[in-house]
Design a protein around this ligand. Structure first.
Ligand code: HEC
Length: 310
């Protein structure tokens, strides 16, 4: 008998109540852990938990696939009682989902995530783990009940996975076609459009600068202050305090206000890493005001962004 067989025997020896207690207990543990280790946007150690967190992205695919495969096997075979294969796959998918969510809780807490979407993904993931566990408990039931439980688990998992997909990729993923197939209209403020006949100052000067200095904390992966700075739409939308980019108004444009504060001010940006140079701030100001960035200045700023990216 292999160790896996021994574990299987033990699980099969559990009474119905003990099995329920195991599933409920394991998932309550996730709830308590998520409350104790909230996703607050801070990066922290220890390294081992941070690395385990990164494994969330790897670990989640296997149980998700198994959750989908179980009902497929069930409908192929249509046995009165769940077969050994189905039982094994279902238990592995439940344990795997639990493990992937455990890594996810670490990922969110130790690797600097925060925001509404993360919260939704986190609690959705814990619910998916609970429902995967319940589906494995339902294995002792009749065919239709088993299948219904599996369908619910897949539904909850798909919801959590969808939010996760949007976090990694972009909003609307995977139902958003690429830009070639359906060009997205970016509303460039009139004042900016007028000056960008020769050079698109946003695309060529400003975006690479934000990418080098700001997007690490204000992009798809981390959304500090609920602000993303990786597209013109996102800048226009702003963050939790509202306006980040108000064309023509430097005082209302928080992205300018925050980089021109005294560096020891709590609100100074960037909070970490290389500060923007005088030239970069000047170019940012001109762009917000809707004035063309002189070629000489643009050259300096583009070079600085390239250097900072290295
Ligand atoms: C190391 C991480 C980090 C970097 C890099 C960074 N920020 Fe931030 N930023 C934060 C954090 C954390 C907050 C939320 C706390 C706060 O409001 O001060 C924030 C908030 C903001 C806000 C306020 C958003 C709102 O509406 O609440 C603005 C504007 C901003 N940052 C602009 C910038 C700009 C411009 C850059 C690049 C020059 C930048 N940030 C780079 C961490 C960063």
């Amino acid at each position: 008998m292999t160790p896996l067989h021994r574990i299987e025997e033990r699980l099969r020896a559990l009474t119905g109540r003990q099995a329920v207690a195991l599933v409920v207990g394991a998932n309550l543990f996730l709830v308590v852990l998520a409350l104790a280790l909230p996703p607050d946007g801070e990066m922290r150690g220890p390294a081992i938990l941070s690395i385990l967190g990164n494994f969330h992205i790897l670990a989640l695919h296997l149980p998700a696939a198994l959750l989908l495969i179980v009902p497929l096997f069930e409908t192929f075979e249509r046995h009165e009682q769940a077969t050994v294969t189905v039982r094994r796959l279902s238990v592995i998918s439940a344990v795997g989902t639990w493990g992937a969510v455990l890594c996810g809780v670490f990922h969110a807490h130790f690797n600097g995530f925060s925001g509404e979407a993360i919260e939704l993904h986190l609690w959705g993931g814990i619910a998916a783990s609970a429902f995967a566990g319940l589906a494995s408990l339902a294995l002792v039931k009749a065919f239709r009940v088993r299948l219904a439980a599996q369908a619910v688990a897949i539904g909850v998992m798909s919801f959590a996975a969808h939010i996760g997909g949007e976090l990694v990729h972009e909003e609307g993923f995977p139902f958003k076609a690429n830009k070639v197939a359906s060009p997205r209209k970016v509303e460039i403020p009139v004042a900016v459009a007028q000056v960008s006949q020769k050079r698109d100052d946003y695309a060529e000067v400003i975006a690479p600068m934000l990418d080098a200095h700001c997007v690490a904390c204000h992009g798809a992966k981390k959304v500090k202050g609920k602000l993303r700075m990786d597209s013109l739409e996102a800048l226009t939308k702003g963050g939790s305090e509202g306006s980040t980019f108000v064309p023509g108004d430097l005082k209302k444009s928080l992205m300018h206000v925050r980089v021109t504060l005294p560096p020891d001010d709590e609100e100074f940006m960037p909070t970490e890493g290389e500060k923007l140079s005088k030239e970069q701030i000047q170019a940012l100001g001109l762009w917000i005001e809707g004035k063309p960035i002189p070629d000489e200045l643009a050259k300096v700023v583009i070079a600085a962004s390239k250097a900072a990216k290295k």
